[in-house]
Design a binder for this molecule. Structure first.
Ligand code: ZN
Length: 278
């Protein structure tokens, strides 16, 4: 049986938690497909609480933080303080393993100006630094700015989620001590740059992720073009695509990416296996 780690998903969302049965089925299929551990990422205060609950139920790791898209100027300070207190209280006693999902998104600056995003991102990085936690970082159209803040504040590792940048950007993040996350995008034959990098990057920088329910694979898109979602079990498919692109066995990809995931998020290794919903 192979062991895979999903380094970034959103298993707390309604699609998976609308009923105990829905969650039980998603987790069971994932475990049966080889998913050994995962990092469930929140994006605001409310989702931190939901993520904590789901993670506790299945012995999964989780991440707390404020996503660039979730910035709300009215509640930001309160949310940030609540999350800080929450981490303080739960770090030692729960499966809290990282700060995430945090980052910068250059494509939403009409909704959330970059100056606000940078303020939120540096606050989240300082949380990571203060609690010595790795980060799960969202980077879209803002690689240089993300690298600048990480370099300025300093962090204890982690991963760039759904990496889709250039080789030069990959090198910058690798030099900052981050792994690079690959998932649904690598299943599209048209994703030439992503597939090329996935096939050529050093093996010790790659981690796998589903970002579920986001970033559906080409297969899920073909099944349901209007409303495609990814599932936790899709991680197995991504491992198979990565193995094919790198011309190695799926067992080898699983072993290497799991080792890398534990390197990026050490607490995930201490948790043992995800448990099926009791
Ligand atoms: Zn995400």
């Amino acid at each position: 049986m192979i062991r895979l780690v999903d380094t970034h998903n959103h298993l707390f969302v309604d699609e998976f938690t609308k009923s105990r049965q829905a969650l039980a089925s998603a987790v069971e299929l994932a475990v049966d497909a080889g998913v050994f551990q995962m990092l469930i990422c929140a994006g605001d205060w409310r989702s931190v609480l939901r993520t904590h609950t789901v993670a506790a139920l299945i012995n999964a790791g989780y991440a707390a933080g404020i996503h660039p898209l979730s910035f709300n100027p009215k509640t930001y300070c309160t949310e940030h303080n609540l999350i800080r207190d929450f981490i303080d209280q739960h770090l030692a006693t729960s499966t809290l393993s990282a700060i995430g999902e945090i980052g910068l998104d250059g494509t939403i600056t009409d909704k959330i100006p970059m100056e606000f995003q940078e303020k939120v991102f540096s606050d989240q990085l300082k949380l990571a630094r203060d609690f010595q936690l790795p980060v799960s970082v969202h980077v879209r159209g803002a690689a240089d700015l993300v690298a600048k803040h990480i370099r300025r504040i300093g962090i204890a590792g982690g991963a760039v989620h759904a990496f889709n940048g250039s080789l030069e950007q990959a090198k910058i993040f690798i030099n900052l001590g981050l792994k690079l996350g690959y998932g649904g995008a690598c299943t599209y034959s048209g994703s030439c740059r992503i597939r090329k990098l996935l096939s050529e990057l050093p093996k010790d920088v790659l981690v796998l992720e589903t970002d579920c329910p986001d970033m559906p694979s080409s297969i899920r898109r073909a099944e349901n073009p209007e409303d495609a979602h990814s599932m936790p079990r899709d991680l197995r498919m991504y491992a198979e695509v990565a193995a094919e692109l790198r011309d190695v066995s799926v067992e080898e990809i699983a072993e290497q990416t799991t080792k890398n995931a534990f390197g990026a998020f050490p607490k995930l290794q201490t948790l043992g296996a995800v448990k099926k919903v009791p």
